[in-house]
Write a protein that binds this ligand. Structure first.
Ligand code: ADP
Ligand code: MG
Ligand code: ZN
Length: 559
């Protein structure tokens, strides 16, 4: 049958050969094996059910979350001479029942339905009379509460499948699934995990970078000016921000569209159309924009704000370069964004477990902004690939700055955290480390530690950035919600004990840490003593004579 599939690829779609993963998925599906297919955006998932639909007797039901996308797909199929239709809320009662009759009589090979339809019991009953050979679930990550785009109606699919007398084959497709989400998908849809086919997530034509410039507005304008004739998407976090950027860009003479859920449907689809047809090269949008949009020549995706997790980021950034040509994915980082996201997670409160999970994901998003390793590899690792290779062309891979050793500085931060009882956040710790004095510091009795201000010659912001860097390196972990508390990890303890070196890419001007060497020797000695005798975490923050006294009083920390 696979030869026939190849013929059809030629005949109906005009392609010479299958892309990675397609043939394998199609072969399994034709063999009646429930399958999960994980392929990057633009990898060619649609064909994985469209070709089986042509080869299998009966109807292929495609569950797809977006109405606009369904229409495009159906139109494209009809143009290729394939009978397809759709059922969603845009189809009125009589029209819908006419279509249903046609479907029952086998007039269509493919029927697209919105997941919300599945909640309708009358519709479910009708489906029981249709000879369904294959159920394809697009954007299958929507089924998982651990996914970034959970849709409750996707949960209905499971029951629906059970009720279908024809016992159809199931094909779940997605571009973003962590191992956790993949497991969920398989479990919910009755797919054995060994029947998952993943082509990996790497997109070699994407160039990732993180920009930490203070003035993002200026960065954006300059970038767009330089790339005037290219098509790009700018994602912003809120509708308000979208509106304001939209106004600014148009005022500056850049023809720009916009898209967010606060606009009416007609407006939105007009703006989207204009962008897709290249009438306007640019669009500013919230994350409401883009799912399933097949615009191939998007040359760059800029995130004006940091998204809430890596799943969202990669899915949105992945809309660049679907044609395989080099494209840029730029993330503009600002610490406030992370604060806001944290606040939002704190406010929305379905369950503690959910919150904890979301916070964890947010932290990993932030680590992406501070990692010094390959950005693409970071992403791939996040999605569960083992030891991914460096891409060689992201911002970090092409960073030619030398690394300098910052182990001592790291030890100072970590020991200070321990001294403060691991009960505080970044701001407080940076203030103490830079020797600042404020009411809160006195309230907690840290003025003494702060007096030493071990990292005095840097600003609290530099130190805070350094803490972010250490967090990205997993020497520090963040716990808690809106006001996260920093804790030293086991790897961090190894740094403290001098078992691990810390290297950092040279920043503008690396501070020379003013600490005298005699003291250092003493400290080293002391540290050993403490570590061996009392099982107390070593510390090196104190730089005065009462050092030993204080050390003796050090609280024990349980590990
Ligand atoms: P996905 O759903 O995985 O993001 P699509 O199914 O929308 O990707 O396909 C992306 C693009 O790749 C489409 O324009 C599609 O026609 C094209 N495509 C799919 N399969 C092949 C193939 N075997 N050869 C060439 N182009 C293909
Ligand atoms: Mg798709
Ligand atoms: Zn890289």
């Amino acid at each position: 049958m696979i030869e026939k599939a190849r013929d059809y690829l030629q005949k109906y779609f005009g392609y010479e050969s299958f892309r990675t993963g397609q043939e394998q998925i199609i072969e399994q599906v034709l063999g009646g094996i429930n399958t999960a297919g994980i392929m990057p955006t633009g990898g060619g998932k649609s064909i994985c059910y469209q070709i089986p639909a042509l080869l299998l007797p009966g109807v292929t039901l495609v569950i797809s979350p977006l109405i606009s996308l369904m229409k495009d797909q159906v139109d494209a199929l009809e143009q290729n001479g394939i009978d397809a239709t759709l059922l969603n809320s845009s189809i009125s009662g009589i029209e819908a029942s006419n279509r249903m009759n046609d479907i029952k009589q086998g007039r269509y090979k493919l029927v697209y339905v919105a997941p919300e339809r599945l909640e309708n019991t009358a519709f479910q009953r009708e489906l029981a009379n249709v000879d369904i050979a294959l159920v394809a679930i697009d954007e299958a990550h929507c089924i998982s509460q651990w996914g970034h785009d959970f849709r409750p109606s996707y949960l209905k699919i499971k029951n629906l499948l059970k009720e279908m007398p024809s016992a159809p084959t199931v094909l779940a497709l997605t571009a973003t699934a962590t191992p956790h989400v993949t497991k969920d998908i398989c479990q919910s849809l009755g797919i054995s995990e060994q029947h998952t086919i993943s082509t990996g997530f790497a997109r070699d034509n994407l160039f990732f970078s993180v920009v930490k410039e203070e003035n993002r507005g200026r960065f954006l304008m300059r970038y767009i000016e330089k790339n005037k004739n290219e098509s790009g998407i700018i994602y912003a976090a809120t509708r308000k921000e979208v509106d304001s950027l939209y106004a600014k860009l148009n005022k500056a003479g850049f023809k720009t569209g916009r898209y967010h859920a606060g606009m009416n449907e007609q407006d939105r689809s007009e703006q989207q159309e204009q962008f897709i047809r290249d009438d306007v090269p640019l669009i500013v949008a919230t994350s409401a924009f883009g799912m399933g949009i097949d615009k191939s020549n998007v040359r760059y995706v800029i995130h004006y704000q940091t998204p809430k997790n890596m799943e969202s980021y990669y899915q949105e950034a992945g809309r660049a370069g679907r044609d395989g040509l080099d494209s840029e994915c730029i993330l503009l980082y600002s610490p406030q964004d992370i604060q806001i996201q944290r606040f939002l997670i704190d406010q929305s409160n379905p369950s503690q477990e959910w919150q904890a999970q979301e916070l964890k994901k947010l932290n990993r998003m932030k680590d992406y902004c501070f990692t010094e390793g390959c950005l693409q590899a970071y992403i791939l690792q996040y999605f569960g690939e083992e030891n991914p290779e460096d891409c060689g062309h992201c911002e970090n891979c092409t960073d030619k700055r030398d690394s300098v050793e910052v182990t001592t500085q790291a030890q100072m931060v970590l020991s200070c955290m321990l001294r403060m009882g691991e009960r505080f956040g970044k701001t407080m710790i940076s203030q103490v480390l830079t020797g600042s004095r404020n009411k809160k510091i006195e309230e907690f009795g840290f003025q003494k530690i702060s007096t030493y201000g071990i990292i005095k010659n840097q600003t609290a912001k530099d130190v805070a950035d350094f803490i972010d860097f250490l967090t990205a390196k997993q020497y520090i972990e963040m716990t808690g919600g809106q006001y996260p508390v920093l804790k030293v990890t086991n790897a961090g303890r190894e740094v403290l004990l001098g078992q691990k070196k810390v290297l950092r890419k040279e920043i503008k001007q690396v501070s020379s840490i003013s600490i005298d060497h005699g003291l250092f020797e003493e400290l080293r000695h002391l540290r050993k003593e403490i570590a061996s005798k009392e099982n107390v975490p070593p510390f090196i923050i104190f730089s005065d004579a009462s050092l030993k006294d204080m050390a003796a009083k050090l609280p024990r920390t349980e590990q």
